[in-house]
Design a protein around this ligand. Structure first.
Ligand code: SAM
Length: 222
């Protein structure tokens, strides 16, 4: 299990001892990955939040930035069997592992893996997505934001992981110089979202800190 630095250890322990089951093959893959490897996959409680959001929103088109070995993509596919999922990663090792996992757990071919730098791929995307999960390259979040908002459909939801960056975003005295650059960018990213009157958002301490974002303009609750 990951040592989470966002919540008190006893809260994290309680959350991790009270995890709801993941749907279908995602449970099998989670067990394999968490027991045998130390990969940067979405944290246990955040995985349940992601699954719940997918069940609630029922997106038909999903975009993910940060495939890793495909765990979160497979989780989203199981929660939304009718969705088409596009996921982006730049790292050959992760890409090859993700392809193996998609061959095992995505026989229906619902997941499309785009290989390369998100900064280069995002401007080329033409479709709209009702759910976007951003989970890669924290230092580039501010640069990605305009492209992600452009690709988000009316009433669509953007979920961003790692926005509290092990708590350093709130308390940065233990940051290295490199981390401080990321911390400053994440603070600016959060502030850009929360101060944008065109957006609804909710900043949470789930996982490594997650923020939920929705465009106001076409919101059905208006
Ligand atoms: C935190 S992991 C994603 C975990 C995955 N969402 C999961 O929970 O199963 C981040 C991934 O993003 C990829 N990545 C980081 N920066 C990227 C970039 N600029 N463009 C594309 N992929 C990137 C890394 O190679 C890594 O596999």
């Amino acid at each position: 299990m990951y040592e989470e630095k966002i919540n008190y250890p006893e809260i994290t322990e309680f959350l991790n001892n009270n995890l709801s089951p993941l749907i279908g093959d995602a449970a099998v893959l989670e067990k394999e990955l968490r027991e045998n490897e130390h990969l940067p996959i979405v944290r246990p409680s955040a995985a349940r939040f992601l699954q719940f959001l997918c069940l609630l929103i029922k997106p038909r088109k999903i975009l993910e930035i940060g495939t890793c070995v495909g765990f979160s993509a497979i989780l989203m596919k199981n929660a939304c069997p009718n969705a088409e999922i596009t996921t982006i990663d730049r790292y050959d090792y992760m890409i090859n592992r993700a392809k193996e996992n998609f061959a095992r757990f995505d026989k229906e071919g619902k997941i499309t893996l785009l290989e390369g730098q998100a900064a280069e791929i995002l401007p080329t995307l033409k479709e709209k997505y009702d759910f976007i999960f951003l989970d890669a390259a924290k230092g580039q979040y501010p640069a990605f934001l305009p492209y992600l908002l452009e690709r988000l459909s009316d009433n669509g939801v953007l979920l961003v992981d790692d926005v509290l960056f092990d708590g350093l975003v709130a308390e940065s005295s233990r940051s290295s110089r490199r981390d401080m650059t990321i911390v400053k960018r994440l603070r600016s990213f959060i502030s850009e979202i929360t101060n944008n009157e065109e957006l609804y958002s909710a900043l949470t301490p789930i996982g490594d800190g997650m923020i939920l974002v929705q465009k106001r303009g076409e919101n059905k609750w208006h």
